[in-house]
Design a protein around this ligand. Structure first.
Ligand SMILES: [Zn+2]
Length: 218
């Protein structure tokens, strides 16, 4: 299928399934369906915990698509990338019991983007239908497929305002849920609030596992 006009929204979920879940609920009220890409090899969350499986299944139930956010940390060579993605998406599908039909790369090197990986039954969000690869860092204004991303908490490739959106017939947006809360935190406050949320979640987990849990008295 080739399409002449599209605006796709993709969310790469780096640190917090909870923030992805909250964003998904917000989008649901706006009647927008997007793609949520989760990692299974990161050190910040366990996608296959009871709680997280429940949230991801609920996100999918709202009408959003679920994909694999490919962490390359245990890949030996780019020549093995196809098997690596197929393996990880099957693992994800088997744990979540929902279809995984797409993937995005986490911090992809240029040589990987250039490979334009295409796999049966799996959409690569960086394949040439949805993403225009270029060697140079600048000149992104002239791309046929606009790419708007909030990576590193900044709009390095343009701001997603109405004028920009109206001007382009093909756009891919990448928004990282960890960067967004209803309070609109600037970068360091955003990370602080993320850390606080994680501490609360970890504390509650330990409390439910250990009846000898205690915190030092002030
Ligand atoms: Zn990523």
């Amino acid at each position: 299928m080739d399409t002449k006009r599209f605006a796709v929204i993709r969310h790469d979920v780096e640190f917090s399934v909870e923030r992805a879940y909250n964003l998904a609920k917000l989008e649901n009220t706006l009647q927008i369906n997007t793609s949520y890409m989760f990692q299974i090899r990161n050190n910040a969350y366990n996608l296959f915990s009871n709680e997280n499986i429940r949230m991801v299944r609920e996100i999918n139930g709202m009408g959003h698509k679920i994909g694999l956010h490919v962490h390359l940390g245990m890949l030996d060579s780019l020549a093995e990338i196809n098997q690596y993605i197929v393996h990880d998406s099957k693992v994800m599908e088997s744990f979540l019991q929902i279809p995984i039909d797409r993937f995005s790369f986490h911090r992809p090197p240029k040589e990987l983007l250039k490979m334009n990986v295409k796999l049966e039954g799996l959409i690569n969000s960086y394949e040439d239908r949805f993403f225009e690869f270029r060697e140079e860092e600048d000149g992104f204004e002239s791309l046929q497929i606009k790419y708007i991303s909030d990576s590193r908490h900044t709009w390095n490739y343009g701001y997603p305002d109405e004028k920009t959106i109206q001007a382009d017939s093909k756009i891919q947006f990448l928004f990282h849920p960890y960067s967004w809360t209803e309070y609109g935190y600037e970068n360091s406050l955003n990370f602080q609030s993320l850390k606080d949320e994680k501490v609360t979640i970890f504390t509650n987990t330990v409390k439910t596992e250990c009846n000898h849990f205690s915190e030092p008295s002030q």
